[in-house]
Design a protein around this ligand. Structure first.
Ligand code: GLN
Length: 484
């Protein structure tokens, strides 16, 4: 059953081959059996899942089913879930039970999905390896000595090991696409503003965006249909029509213009990963696409600018964790200042503290112009590069990650080398564009992702381009042997 895509499970539910109760029980059993090797879940909501599954079956019997009714999925532990621990993988929120559902969670629940639990992640979504979690690292199902990527590493590992048919993730600088690449699944980061951020614990508000993590592009389209849409409670949510993302999946690719940025194929790219990506691009030529060499000359500014903008926003967003209103509070504070200092000192991990320090510094009087303002100017140049490129091409392709992953602990002591993991993904967030990573091959037994970047609100095209490739190849259907 777990070898099936979400689409196939949806059909099996519709024609009565399986009930949501059976399906949900099957995945809960898989989690119990296999998650000890992966640590991909922080919380498993067993009882709630079974209750939701029974309700979904009743809904279906009453003739009120949607394509997602009764499908079990997992949520990244960054999304508030009413009555369920929502930790953001931080000691700071280890005791936090969310009093409401995030819009993404509520919309998926309204469409009938069943929540299996909350997935592990880097603390406050800061990281590319899932090693900064308060609950310990996640292992990559393809090789448990390797990281699954991050920050949505738990969601990626859970879907790759088929402990859930799909999961939600969030992407501030690559956190959906990079773990999708390293775990061999499909991960879509929508256009900034496409999906509501309400109830999603904030890291860097001008960059954060939620998206689906699935086996296939078709599954991503089904989930995005329920996730997307204007939300008056998120002031940066865009009031724009939401198409049926499944409608154009089969559109032929004849005449599709694919831009290949020379900056994405430079010396920082692992040779085997580069070869996999080139082979995928050749497949697109066979499907009728034409290749166009392009330049994104300000790509080199994306990491330095991101590591000013994102920490600046994080330092502001994380100031709410003060030990007073909610979250961790230190024992026996001497006075208010001691309460603040020790609660934050003990509640946050090292990477989070590093970001708060960088961000507070960059925003301080006297440095604001030199760092923050300058980074915002670089951000505009990065966006301008993409605007110029999309005058000539329909989509842009390249690698998602510069390598096929790294071992647990390998980069933990070197934050800058970790930051370089997102060299091909961060500029997409800086510009607010949509991007998808799809499995395109293997390198030394580990998956390699192809990244496809689209113009604003062109998710339907990205999903179409990804889907056509998945019709011709079966990289997305491969499953790590230990979890077959
Ligand atoms: N790895 C990047 C960071 O550490 C991006 C994380 C993300 O997208 N949430 O900030």
């Amino acid at each position: 059953m777990h070898n099936q895509t979400l689409k196939a499970l949806s059909e099996a539910l519709a024609n009565g081959q399986v009930s949501s109760e059976e399906l949900t029980r099957h995945y809960l059993e898989r989690i119990a059996q296999h998650d000890p090797q992966l640590n991909s879940f922080i919380t498993v909501t067993q009882e709630q899942a079974m209750t939701q599954a029974r309700a979904a079956d009743q809904h279906r019997a009453a003739g009120k089913a949607t394509p997602l009714t009764g499908i079990p999925i997992a949520h990244k532990d960054i999304f508030c879930t009413q009555g369920v621990k929502t930790s953001c993988a931080s000691r700071m929120l280890d005791n936090f039970i969310a009093p409401y559902d995030a819009t993404v969670v509520a919309q998926l629940a309204a469409a009938g999905v069943v929540t299996l639990g909350k997935t592990n992640m880097d603390e406050f979504a800061m990281g590319s390896s899932n090693e900064t979690s308060f609950y310990g690292p996640v292992n990559n199902p393809w090789d448990t000595d390797y990281v699954p990527g991050g920050s949505s590493g738990g969601s990626a590992a859970a879907v790759a090991a088929r402990l859930a048919p799909a999961a939600t993730g969030t992407d501030t600088g690559g956190s959906i696409r990079q773990p999708a690449s390293l775990c061999g699944i499909t991960g879509l980061k929508p256009t900034y503003g496409r999906v509501s951020r309400w109830g999603m614990i904030a890291f860097a508000s001008s960059l954060d965006q939620a998206g689906p993590m699935t086996q296939t592009a078709e599954d991503a389209a089904l989930l995005l249909n329920a996730m997307a849409g204007f939300d008056h409670r998120d002031s940066t949510s865009t009031d724009i029509e939401v198409p049926d993302f499944t409608a154009d999946l089969n559109r032929p690719l004849d005449g599709l213009r694919i831009g290949l940025p020379k900056e994405f194929f430079d010396q920082g790219l692992d040779a085997e990963v580069g070869a996999v990506v080139q082979a995928a691009i050749a497949q697109y030529e066979k499907l009728g696409a034409t290749l166009v060499d392009i330049e994104l000359p300000n790509t080199h500014l994306s990491i330095p600018a991101y590591y000013v903008v994102a920490p600046a926003e994080a330092s502001s967003n994380l100031s709410r964790y003060d030990g007073v209103r909610f979250g961790y509070r230190c024992a026996d504070p001497m006075d208010l200042e001691d309460l603040y200092k020790r609660s934050r000192g003990e509640g946050f991990g090292d990477e989070v503290k590093r970001r708060i320090l960088i961000g507070t510094y960059a925003l301080s009087a006297g440095y604001y112009d030199a760092y923050y303002l300058k980074a915002q100017k670089a951000r505009r140049l990065i966006k301008n590069d993409f605007d110029a490129a999309f005058q000539q091409v329909d989509v842009i392709m390249g690698p998602t990650s510069p390598n096929a992953g790294f071992k647990l602990g390998e980069k933990a002591a070197d934050p800058v080398s970790m930051y370089l993991s997102d060299i091909y993904t961060i500029s997409v967030n800086m510009a607010g564009l949509p991007g998808i990573s799809i499995p395109a091959g293997m390198s030394q037994g580990r998956p390699v992702g192809l990244q496809i970047i689209g113009n604003y609100f062109d998710e339907a095209r990205l999903l179409n381009v990804a889907h056509r490739y998945q019709q011709e190849t079966d990289w997305h259907a491969q499953l790590p042997a230990a979890f077959a």
